[in-house]
Design a protein around this ligand. Structure first.
Ligand code: ADP
Length: 714
């Protein structure tokens, strides 16, 4: 059976190997076992039920809460040559009836349904006519109250399944479930002695980082300027903030869209489509955006604030890098974020039990924001995985700041908390350490503690931060419940006894040098992307439905010249090779032709090489300029000539200064000239750095030099 599954994986999807867990899950299903599969986002859950659906007689039902995702999945399946359809509220009455009829006649291998539809009378009678071997439940954590995204409509699933004449196999899939939630899902769905598969939660292509206490606007501007060709999401907590961040970026000339609950449906839909179709680069959104966004080439997810729990954070951040390419997840953290989350919990609709659960989740999230441990380890341990090695990629792992000995301050704080005997909240401990004259402190006689006022010179905010850090590192613990109190843990004892020291690093964001992704973008890759965008527009689907970036990149490397060669590329199955093969090969051939003549002139390879290196007659800077005039970008020229970008930019400016014709807008982007002139006037021209610093981050030195050259400012 597994051999057949493997053959389908290759023939239909164009993949050579199963990802971890996929083969086991599929084998289990084909052997007739109910299943609960917990795989990280991007782990490849869909294939786990799609391949069994293809091998089993009848129509597999897929329950999914995500309407937009259903359409994508069904589009993608149809494109792979698999008959599939969906039923949800986005269909018109006529379309709905057509799908019902098709389903009754057994035309589909997969039928996607929103859980709310299950009880519709029309649907119940349909079920009696259908042969259903398997019910796959996506986002299965929605059935559990202990999860972070409980949906009442999921609660009826078990009853509904049990009423089906022949109970089919049932399989639940989710990306985020602690052990507790996993047990709950199994019970709520009434799974029969299920095979439970938990593959690692670690995502080896994600570089996690936390940046505390940074100027968020500056941070985001320079982050985006460093990655001009990457697309990503910025999550903010409130609508107002979404609007502000979006406006700010727009003013910087960044291609950006916004998404939040306050916008009209149509506006939201449009923003989402623009992002999915690569028409805008950055999406600024509240957490309303993303359920069901299956855009695989999201290269970064930035959180403007800390979310309320690790599940939400990891789910949102996990939308980066679904295609497996290196991606970044940055959490911008400031201590006020905690107040906002606390407020949301207090104002929320849940009962006291629910509130207590949320509070304790919030503390775990706060600890994540402060910990100096490996961030990936921290998350996977939270989900119950043990013995995972440090990732080597996150901001903690890359933080080589020398730690400062903080033992004395730790002893003061811990001894104060110890004396307060776990009866007070963290703010009260901070107030005592500060020596506050707060009425409650005096009333309770806390000013008589020997530790009262030990941190008199510190700002109260600093004390609170320090206490939270001690919690994050496990020296103190915050209790669950609506009024959490702090107490010291066993880990604090050796510190208090002077047997162990405490070191703290000053937290500063460290990231890997910009990911390999942009480095890997070659002119041919760009040409293939251009083709994909056009072809996708013809069919009115997002570009990634045709091919992922990784597949195009592999094509750009391997340069296949025939359908057969094309089929050997990961992500190309027979249906796609047949449909798009000729066009792709044409793009590759045309590009090979163009690349032979970089300056657009007919030259033999020897003279071409000489031209690229520069000769006595043709000095090096004029060679660069000739290429620039022929329409090559600085990046392309630097690749062609094997020289640094800054050198090439210098060549172009020098040549322009010598009177070579130049297309100024290709050096000075629209709208920047005035800004730069103004900055030059204000800062003088002794040094360039102050001019650069006075300008928005995306104004480059190249543009500044360009303006100086154009206006003959020396
Ligand atoms: P999930 O639902 O778990 O987040 P998906 O099912 O959407 O993940 O799969 C994520 C991506 O991984 C998809 O683009 C899919 O085509 C790809 N993928 C799945 N299985 C494999 C595999 N065995 N080899 C290569 N790519 C795969």
């Amino acid at each position: 059976m597994l051999e057949e599954a493997r053959a389908l994986l290759k023939r239909v999807y164009g993949f050579d190997e199963f990802r971890p867990g996929q083969a086991d899950i599929i084998t289990g299903l084909l052997e007739g076992r109910d299943t609960l599969a917990i795989l990280p986002t991007g782990g490849g859950k869909s294939i786990c039920y799609q391949i069994p659906a293809l091998l089993l007689e009848g129509t597999t039902i897929v329950i999914s809460p995500l309407i937009s995702l259903m359409k994508d999945q069904v589009d993608a399946l149809n494109r792979l040559g698999i008959p599939a359809a969906f039923l949800n509220s986005s269909l018109g009455a006529a379309e709905y009836r057509t799908v019902l009829r098709g389903a009754a006649q057994g035309e589909y291998k997969l039928l996607y349904i929103a859980p709310e539809r299950l009880d519709a009378p029309m649907f119940s009678s349909l079920m009696e006519q259908m042969s259903i071997p398997l019910i796959a439940i996506d986002e299965a954590h929605c059935v559990s109250q202990w999860g972070h995204d409980f949906r009442p409509s999921y609660r009826q699933l078990a009853g509904w399944i049990s009423r089906l004449a022949d109970r089919p196999l049932v399989a639940g899939f989710t990306a985020t479930a602690t052990r507790e939630v996993a047990r709950d899902i199994s019970e709520m769905l009434a799974l029969r002695s299920p095979n439970v598969f938990v593959t690692g939660f670690a995502r080896s292509n994600l570089a996690l980082s936390v940046a505390g206490g940074v100027d968020k606007r500056r941070f985001v501007r320079s982050f985006l300027a460093e990655r001009p060709d990457q697309s990503g999401i910025i999550y903010a907590a409130t609508r107002k903030e979404v609007e502000q961040v979006c406006d700010d970026l727009q003013k910087q000339g960044i291609s950006v869209a916004k998404y939040h609950g306050g916008l009209a449906d149509e506006e939201r839909m449009q923003a989402q489509e623009q992002f999915r179709f690569d028409d805008v680069r950055v999406m600024v959104a509240t957490n309303a955006f993303g359920m069901g966004i299956d855009k695989p080439n999201v290269r970064f997810v930035i959180h403007w604030q800390m979310p309320g729990d690790i599940e939400s954070y990891y789910q949102e951040a996990g939308r980066a890098g679904r295609d497996g390419d290196d991606s970044e997840c940055v959490l911008l953290f400031s201590p006020q974020d905690v107040q906002v989350q606390r407020f949301l919990i207090e104002q929320g609709t849940g009962d006291d039990d629910r509130r207590a659960i949320q509070m304790s989740k919030l503390y775990t999230m706060m600890n994540y924001s402060r910990t100096e441990r490996c961030l990936q380890q921290y998350i996977v341990e939270y989900f119950g995985e043990a013995d995972v090695a440090a990732c080597g990629r996150c901001s903690s792992c890359l933080d080589d700041t020398v730690a400062t000995d903080m033992t004395a301050d730790a002893q003061k704080a811990l001894s104060c908390a110890g004396r307060m005997k776990g009866r007070f909240g963290l703010t009260m401990v901070a107030k005592v350490l500060k020596g506050s004259r707060d009425k409650r402190i005096l009333e309770m006689g806390l000013d008589r503690l020997t530790t009262y006022g030990l941190f008199r010179d510190w700002a109260e905010k600093e004390i609170t931060e320090w206490l939270y850090w001690l919690v994050a590192e496990g020296y103190m613990r915050v209790s669950d419940g609506a009024y959490p109190t702090v107490s010291i843990t066993a880990r604090a004892l050796p510190v208090l006894e002077g047997k162990e020291q405490v070191f703290q690093k000053r937290k500063e964001i460290k990231r890997r040098a910009s990911t390999s992704v942009s480095a890997a973008s070659s002119p041919l890759f760009e040409a293939l992307r251009g083709w994909r965008k056009e072809a996708a527009a013809r069919e009115n689907v997002p570009p990634f439905i045709l091919f992922f970036d990784a597949t195009l990149r592999e094509m750009a490397d391997a340069k296949p010249q025939s359908h057969e060669e094309l089929l050997s590329i990961k992500g190309v199955g027979s249906a796609k090779a047949q449909k798009y093969g000729d066009e792709i090969i044409e793009v590759i051939r045309a590009h090979a032709g163009a690349a032979d003549h970089p300056a657009g002139k007919d030259q033999s390879s020897r003279t071409q090489r000489e031209t690229l290196e520069g000769t006595e007659d043709q000095p090096s800077h004029l060679v660069s300029m000739a290429l620039f005039q022929a329409g090559h970008t600085v990046k392309e020229i630097s690749e062609l000539r094997g020289m640094g970008k800054v050198t090439i930019e210098g060549h172009i400016i020098r040549a322009a200064g010598e009177g070579e014709a130049v297309d100024w807008p290709s050096i000075i982007p629209e709208g920047q000239e005035e800004l730069i002139l103004q900055a030059i006037e204000e800062q003088g021209i002794d040094k360039l750095k102050p001019i650069k610093d006075a300008l928005p981050a995306e104004v480059t030195y190249f543009a500044i030099h360009g303006v100086m050259c154009k206006h003959d400012i020396r």
